[in-house]
Design a protein around this ligand. Sequence first.
Ligand code: DAH
Length: 345
Amino acid sequence: MAGFLDEIEPLKQTALAELKAAPDLAALEQTKGAWIGPNGKFTALMKQMGKLSKEEKPAAGKLVNAAKIELEAALAARREELEMAAALPKHPTDFTLPGRRRALGKLHPLTQVTDDIVRAFRKIGFAVADGPEIEDEYHCFDALNTPADHPARDSQDTFYLATDSADSKLKTQNSKLLLRTHTSSVQIRVMEKQAPPIRIIVPGRVYRRDNADATHNPTFHQIEGLYVDKGVTVGDLKGTVEFVFRELMGSDVKIRFRPHYFSYTEPSYEIDFTNALVKKMGKDWLEIAGCGMVHPQVFENVGYDAAVWTGWAFGFGIERIAMLRYGINDIRLFYENDVRFLKQF
Ligand code: DAH
């Protein structure tokens, strides 16, 4: 009996020391097996208890159980220590190292130019309006005094949608669905909903059946303007356009109106633009936009009294302005998403 009891303490001490020294979780499992697993040394000791006499058993049992509890506690403690160590990064962080620079994105040049145009118009009281890119023929053409047989429909040919598969909510007045060729359709949509006076600009994406080349792309962007009130004149139009272009491109900007034809304005003009940059390109003037006084028929189409209301409208191409501003010579660069290009603006 004395021999058995004497064995417990040294065995326990050795087991405790080994458990505490286990260098990792795998080693710890092995040590556990070697001591308290089914074939462990401590388990073998416990098995020997069966050979003890009835009187000896209680004292020995108490001792062995206490030792086993101690071993299990030591095992659990070491396991927790090793698990925590395993969760830490292998190489400690050096907080004195310089930080890694994060590449920041920026606004696309077309967005920057659009934002600047919008900012300039806001200064003089224009609000931003919006309309659908999937439009119907009526709002894109008919309501703008451009009937089906009008030649302007050729120069603004676009992509038509198969109407039978289209969402019926979009179908209006039995008019075919298409991708809008200009933001002018939003003039109609706003006037249908709102009574004059109106002072809006409409930046947005438009579509044409054009082949892509250095100056054309099947999708591009425009900004439309519409001003409706009593007694509005071409002078207001010219002053407004001049103000905005000077805000945008500098105080040396000059604007010229050239007579033109649009079915929704009368009279109509093309706007030419010049500044030092244009001169440097070896040109006198660059055509930059279309505009005019809103045609009385357009007012009639939206239910405005053309004898009471007057107004003007214009449409700029945003790409053209951006190309001029940044000296870009190929429109396709805007859509390629090449960061080497985009980074420069
Ligand atoms: N919608 C024309 C285009 O796409 C531009 C335009 C011309 C807009 C005259 C207007 C306007 O509002 O009055 O080329």
